[in-house]
Structure formats: C-alpha cells, structure tokens
Design a protein around this ligand. Sequence first.
Ligand code: AMP
Length: 323
Amino acid sequence: MQIINTITDMHAWTAQARVQGHTVGLVPTMGCLHNGHTELFKEARKNNSRVVASIFVNPLQFRQDAYEKYPRRLDADIQIAESFGLDAVFAPSTAEMYPHAPSTDWLFTLHDDPSYPRHQTKFVSHHIGQDNATNYIRVPSRLVMKMDGQKHPWHFDGVATVVNQLFNIINPHRAYFGQKDIQQIAILQAMNDWNESTIDLVEVPIVRDTDGLALSSRLVLLNDAERSIVIEVTKRIAQHATVSSANTQANTQANTQHAQALIKDLQSDIQSIQTHENTLVIDSIECVNPATLEPVDAIEDATILFVAYLINGIRLTETRPFA
Ligand code: AMP
C-alpha cells in the first residue's frame, strides 16, 4: 500500500491507475478509523480495482477548539487501511491542501468573511488565496439551513470545499459516504449534479456497535458515564422511530404520526435522561425527507428521524430511518 502526502504524487498515482485501465474508488475520511469506515472500504473494494482512502482533518469544517480536540492516530489508521487491502492512503498536510492559507488560524476565519456570500438555491465557488488556488464552496441555503446545518452552515461549506478538492485531485470513478451523515450525502449529491460530475456517489448504511451506538470517531472523547447516557439517548430515539414505523404501517387516520407530536415526546423523553453530573442539551430533533431535507408533517416510510445533541459539550448526531 502506498502512502501519499502530496497532490502531485496523488495525481500521478490516479493518472497511472486510469492509464492501466483500473477503476478508482475513493473513501474520504478524517481518520481515527473504526468499523464504520472499514465498511466503506469493503464496499469500495468490491467494485473498484484500485481503492484509496484520504485521511485529512479539514480545518475548514471545524471551530478551532473542536479541530484541536479531534482525535488523530495516523500510524494505526495506515495499518488498518493496509489490513483491508487498500492500494493507497492519501494523507496530505493542511499546507498541501490549502497552500494559499497564511496559517491554519486564517482558515477558521474564512466562513465569517462577507466577501464570500451564499446563494439561496445555487452552489457558489469563490476563488480564494494569493493565486486563487482554492475554490471555496458555499452550499445553497436551501440545503444548508436545515437540520445540522442551521447552527453551523459553514461546516458543510468546509465539507463541500474539501470533497470538491479531493475529487479534482483524485478524479475517482466512485466515492463512498456513510448514511450516518445524511445531510452530507444530500449536499454532496447536489454538488455533484451542479458540477455535472461523472463520479458516482455510493451510500453505505450506518454501522452500529453492539450497544446500538453508531460508530463515530467522536465516541473516544466520551467517558464511561457519558457513554451510558449516549446509549440511553440512542435507545429512546430507536424506540420512537419503531413505534412510529408500526403506526405508519397501520395506516389509519387515528394512528397517523404527526412529526410535531413525535418530536415533542422524544424531546421530553431525552431530557428525562439528564443527570446532575452530566449536561445533556438537545440541539435539534427533526423528521425530514432524506433527499430534500425538508421537514415533513406526517411521517412516512422513507422519513428520517434526525437528532443532534451535546453531552457535556461533545456534539453527537443520530440518524434513524422510520421504515
Ligand atoms: P469521518 O471520518 O467521520 O469524516 O467519516 C468518513 C466517512 O465515514 C463519512 O462518509 C461517514 O459518513 C462515514 N462513517 C462514519 N461513521 C460511520 C458509521 N458508523 N457507519 C457508516 N458510515 C460511517
């Protein structure tokens, strides 16, 4: 397995793979790999003769403190990637990905800069840096001012910017993303359509631990007490999604689940888990259509229940399809 750190070498690798007639699958990650990531590797391995994972903690999608706290363990990640038969890992530095940026700190200020406005319905690409080296992507409000994006829309601008850049550097045939991040998938699919890209986005179902938690690199930040609370929150969310699912199947007027009623019930159910020692704050609970991300009034089979919350300041999300 090759470990590649520069854009020039990555370009050369992908160009050679294409010349040799290979199909290239890309799995973008921020590292600290777990079984959720490796499920993406397995999927990519099935359908591509060359697979590369990127490992890059992207400052553009974080606030500084969260960026600094984000877990990193590149050496262990490289071993995991190798054990899953990957052909290459692309692990660039921040300076390599954002060569124009005077510092990483400057990247944290970008999203507040009014010279890079957002459009209501269209993606906008702003050329930034000394030699216009980076396309800073603003995701349209219609997609970003929803769910997880409402509190920090710039997060998805950072995701779109880095994925756009990875696509330009690697030019894969297929790229793999987890359904754990449903808003991310909807935004990247829309960006792909806007770019008229031929890269196929492949969605991979959520991988959960035996205790029901969706695997996430952030889970290593939790202590035992916090983890127990998160397990309980996840259970309550699953119960609400299941009860509603049964009711939608009954399909009677009396049983029709109204999203607002469910959200209210779930909110008080989650709040009741709070303990004196641990602060649990609900950021948002929504029932949405997975493609448009629009909130729904009545829950249907394809509806997604989405919850974002903070346990002692650590932000987690939970995504549950009702069907
Ligand atoms: P991250 O390293 O957190 O940016 O995640 C990289 C990719 O792995 C994203 O497409 C995530 O949606 C996906 N992913 C992370 N956790 C899981 C999981 N538990 N199940 C499925 N996909 C996941």
